[in-house]
Design a protein. Structure first.
Length: 169
């Protein structure tokens, strides 16, 4: 194993998220698991949005790995994308690892069946090439989303907060 391969493997194993940029769409943060020499991830309805990245069989993706403790970029590497056939031997091994990392699944008891029927399990295999890390920042405008946390504060909230403080004394 070369130093580059070792760096890719160790950094990717330890990072909870990887940033993946496919042939189409923006770069996305995706959760994954490192298994048998490659990053594996699941996408589809109820899971990660991988379809908009253009990650198809034979495509090439750029994977950027961040430091788990500091959040800074450690390495960027080129990956070849392959889709694991549902319920195949490789798929079953990858899904067994992925299930352990999937947090808050709404249907944990039938997770494997849903992934086989509706989702795609992708394998991102390092091609051995690492990309040159840029000198500057890669800050980008956040992607549009219907999710929001900003709503007007209820008019009675300041009074309720003061009342709660007095009651606790």
């Amino acid at each position: 194993m070369t130093m580059t391969q070792a760096l890719i493997e160790e950094a990717t194993k330890k990072s909870g998220l990887i940033w993946v940029k496919g042939p189409a769409g923006p770069s996305r943060a995706l959760w994954h698991v490192w298994h048998e020499g490659a990053a594996h991830l699941v996408g589809g309805p109820g899971e990660q949005p991988v379809d908009e990245l253009g990650l198809a069989e034979g495509a090439t993706a750029t994977v950027t790995v961040r430091s788990k403790d500091k959040g800074g970029r450690l390495v960027s590497w080129t990956a070849s994308v392959s889709e694991l056939p549902a319920r195949g031997e490789e798929w079953a091994a990858a899904v067994a690892e992925l299930k352990g990392k999937r947090l808050n699944a709404p249907d944990a008891e039938r997770l494997e069946d849903r992934w086989a029927e509706e989702c795609r399990v992708l394998r991102l295999t390092p091609s051995g090439a690492t990309a040159e890390l840029p000198d500057g920042s890669l800050v980008a405008v956040p992607l549009a989303t219907p999710a929001t946390t900003r709503e007007p504060m209820p008019a009675a909230l300041p009074r309720l907060l003061r009342r709660g403080r007095r009651a606790g004394r």
